[in-house]
Design a protein around this ligand. Sequence first.
Ligand code: NAD
Length: 495
Amino acid sequence: MNRLKLFVNGRFVDSSAGGIEVTDPATQEVLCEVPFATADEVDRAVQGAGATFRTWREVPTPERARLLFAYQDILKKNQDDIARLLCRDTGKTWEDARGEVWRGIEVAEHACGIASLMMGETVENVARGIDTYSLVQPVGVCAGITPFNFPAMVPLWMFPLAVACGNTFVLKPSEQDPTVPNRLMELLAEAGAPEGLVQVIHGGKEQVEALLTHPDVRAVSFVGSAPVARSIYATAAANGKRVQALAGAKNHLVILPDADREQAIASLVGATCGAAGQRCMAISAAVLVGEARGWLGDLKAAMAAVRPGPWDDKGASYGPQITRAARERILGCIERGKAEGAQCLLDGSGCQVEGYPDGNWVGPTLFAGVTPEMSIYRDEIFGPVLVTSEVDTLENAIELINANPFGNGVSLFTSSGGAARRFQREIRVGQVGINIPIPVPLPFFSFTGWKDSFFGDQHVYGKEAVRFYTETKTVTARWFDAAPVERPNMTIRLG
Ligand code: NAD
C-alpha cells in the first residue's frame, strides 16, 4: 500500500510511526496510509524550519516575491492535476475541486505583491533632526493546522503569505485527506523554494500539541471545528504564541418577500448542498420573512431536484461526505431533529447512488418549523441539511441571527437597498452577502469570521495576515553629522 511521506528539509521522507488508512469516500477503496509523525520527526521539522529561517529572512523581498510568482504559475499549470487528486480524496465534483484550487492560487498570486504589503511608515522630524520609521519583520517559524474540507485551499491561505513575509512554515494537514498538501510541496520545490522553507508533518492531535508547545514555533494558524479551535487558541496562547483559530459556523440566509424568488431559492439550494454541505461558509439555516414563508414549497421542490454522485458524474450537484463516521454523525443529527419536533420535509438519510453502494451519501434534507433551542439549529451539522425558521420582520431575523453564537457568514436576499443597508450595519456576523449566498472575500480582503467562528485578532489572508505573520519594529534615529538646524524665532508678538 502507498504509505504517505513527510516533507522535511526539502525531501520526502518515510516516517517510522504507525498511521491510519485514508479511504475514497465514494467507494471505501483504501488510497494510502498516512503516518502519524513521531515527536522526534516533528522536532526535526521545526528545527529545520528554524535553520532555514535564519537564511530566508535575509533574502531580499523582491526575490521572495519572485519565488511566489514562480509558484503561482506552476500551480496554475497544475490546477487540473491537483483537482483530480482532490476529487479522488474528497469526492468533490470536478468543478468544485477546480474552484477550490483556484481560490488557493489567488492567495499565492496576492502574496506576489508582498513588498507593497510589508511597507512600514515614516514620520520625518518627530523632534529636531530626529526621524521615526517602522520596519516590518517576519516572526520566525509559523505552524499551520488545516481541516479536511479544503485540503488545497486552506494550506494555500497560509504558507504562501507566511513565507512571502520572510517566515518558514510547518504544515500539519488533515489526516483525512492528506495527499494534496504533499503535491503542493512537490510544486513548491519545483518553483525553487529552498530546503526547509515549508515542512509537512502528518498526524492528528498529538502532532498538533507538539507544535503548539514547541518553543521554536512563534505563530499558529488553525482552521477546523469550534471545540478544537477553542482549545488550540488557549494552548497556543498559553505557550506564548500568536494565534489565529478559525472555527465552525451556522450560516443563515434571510429571504425578504421582495427578493427575486427564483434567484433566492436557487442560491439557497446551491449554498446548502454544494460540496455536500462541507464548507465553513455553507448556508445551513434559512430565515423566511413575512410572505416569503409561502416559498417553502418551491424550496422543497428545488432541493428534491438536487442529487449527489461521484466526482465525474456531470449531473451530480455534490459528492459524498468525507468519511463513514461523518455520514453517521449527520444521520444522528437528522434523527435528533425529528425527535425534537422539527418537521422533516425532505429526508436524505436513505440516499443511495447507483453503482456506489458503499459511498458516504447523504441526500438533501430540509427541516421546517425549527426553533433556536433545537440541536439541529444550535449545532454545526456540516452536511446537505437545511433548517428553516419563519419570522415576521427583518428585525426579528436580525435578532435571531445575532443571538446565535457563530458569526462566520450570513446572506440577505432582497430588492430593498434600505433593508440591505440596515442588515449589513446591525448584523453581528463577520462576512455579509447581499444577494450573494456565500460571501467569501478575495485575498486582498481578509476572511473575517466573528464570535465563536474565530478566536484571535488578526484573520487569515489580506492585510491582517501580513500583520499576523510579521512584527513591527519602530526605529527613532538621529544623526549627529547632519547639517545644523536653524531655529526659527518662536516669540509671539502681541499687539
Ligand atoms: P477538525 O477540528 O476535526 O480538524 C481540524 C484539524 O485539527 C485537523 O488537522 C485535525 O487533525 C486537528 N485536530 C482534530 N482534533 C484535534 C484535537 N483534539 N487537538 C488538536 N488537533 C486536532 O475539523 P475538520 O472536521 O477537519 O474540518 C471541518 C471543520 O472546520 C468545520 O467545523 C468547519 O466549519 C471548519 N472550517 C472552518 C473554516 C473557517 O474559515 N472558519 C474553514 C474550513 C473549515
